[in-house]
Design a protein around this ligand. Sequence first.
Ligand code: PMP
Length: 399
Amino acid sequence: TSLFDSVPQAPRDPILGLNEQFNTDPRPHKVNLGVGVYYDAQGRMPLLPVVAQVEQDLADQSAARGYLPIDGIHNYNLGAQQLLLGSTSSPLTEQRAVTVQSLGGTGALKLGADFLQSLCPNATVAISNPSWENHRALFEKAGFTVVEYPYYDANTRGLDFEAMCSFLEQLPDQSIVVLHACCHNPTGIDPTAEQWQVLAELLVAKQHIPFMDIAYQGFGTGLAEDAAAVRLLAEQGIPMLVSSSFSKSFALYGERVGALTVITTDAAQSPRVLSQLKRLARTNYSNPPTHGAKIVSTVFGQPERFQQWTQELQHMRERIQSMRQQLVVKLKEHGVVQNMDFILQQKGMFSYSGLSQEQVHTLRDEDAIYILDTGRICVAALNAHNIDTVAAAIARVLR
Ligand code: PMP
């Protein structure tokens, strides 16, 4: 027998599996609402004009493609920090924020998980129920025991905040709590400002370590508004990690643009933390890729480009909001009697529709409408051409 004879088949990624099924579906009117990306009004993944212009400038410069420093482009990291924390937050003014460029938000989560594993290998990691489908596997692969805290309440189609808090109260002190900073994936439901305040006090009292995941900054209410929870927790004077992703906000999915920020409690810790993060990066992938981070740091560094980017991001955000409004109106028009206004309250690209697995399968089989088994709909994949068909079909299965 050879070494690889005993290798078991790993489970398929559920989302990628659904995409493959969609791609081979011959029905011309098919609609894919299972994706996790932003599509424009024409149903295409956009290349943001600001990105195209910066790429042109970079191409004109014909720069050589040397290695980046292990922690990436300095101005990229500074820009990521400012976008996250604002320019006057105490971690920034007190040199308590350490940021390294990462391979997307996923790379930031893994780098942070590996760093925490070296410090507190026996800590429990708590993720929301439900959460982004990669959270559990990522923290388990890093060596942690992962538990789920209550989050979504199917009855109210909202947050089960009491159950969430009492679960976090009962966790051992100094557990690692993974929190979606805004635009919760997959439910679209975020804590309110008052609830974040309660959570902040709870985390401090329990000495829990927040690991905030912010992959949709700018898709909820606005760039600063969507960072409010990060900024609140960053002011608590507790150790904390944040993974940022610019995959969606710059539509640079394949360029792997992310950043890990560690908030220390004393400036003296910061260089040592940075040295360990660099060591982890060095032994994993040596140094991060240049192209995407060059684009993002150029945008961060030029006020007109930055302004243009915030407008293009605002356009994406407003298009999603208008799709939410139209979906609710059209569901009513097609005879849905249930109150669907929860769709308007949800933030970001996704909506937990409340559709059952059976209803989801009917939509797939009879209407060529692809939705995740959990009922998660990508609102950013709706457009003027498909929204009426989608609303009519959903209305039919809800009857
Ligand atoms: N966290 C969440 C909540 C996400 O939804 C995603 C992307 N789907 C990521 C992290 C990873 O982002 P990236 O593609 O930049 O690795």
